[in-house]
Write a protein that binds this ligand. Sequence first.
Ligand SMILES: [Zn+2]
Ligand SMILES: [Zn+2]
Length: 203
Amino acid sequence: MPCSISKELIEKTIAFHGHSCPGLAIGIRVSEIALQKLGQSGTNDLVAIVETDMSGVDAIQFLTGCTFGKGNLIHKDYGKMAFSFYDRSQSVGFRALLRPNILSGVAPELHALRKKVADGVANEGERLQYEDLMKSVQERYMNADPEEMFITMKPIFPVPRPARILQSLRCETCGEMSMESRTRRFDGKTLCLPCFEKPEQEI
Ligand SMILES: [Zn+2]
Ligand SMILES: [Zn+2]
């Protein structure tokens, strides 16, 4: 079943992200699943955990209302195309993982072309071929069945708690304030994370 999100909303999502790309399509499709399973934002207490920081996260922020600034978007830097969503008011959720074989057939070609383009050694023909391939991957994503694209499973992370308001402490090295939970004690001093990481590296 192709994407059920309106063309207009998809156009707005593309405008928010700045361009159209396969990664954004992944984010659009996983947002669609989240909204179908857990309801439109506003009627629930939606929170997302994303295991990548690439294009798709912009679609999630725009379409589901889970954003960094509101604290209901949590990034785990695992470099995986995996997205978990929860409705905190119901304590329900799921994790969707992009199927590893989703690009079988085109993956080796895509990888080779992407490398050439990134290294700046692709000729005009190869650049066009790469763009065509990216476009067809994007179309494949937008027209796939959700089950064809993602393995949907039970959540592996506990339901995230709402962010707590903590006091800020002054770092005894640089003097800047940082949230208590982000400070460390070292050699009898309260340090911010960047200052803490410096002496630690030297030991
Ligand atoms: Zn992108
Ligand atoms: Zn500091």
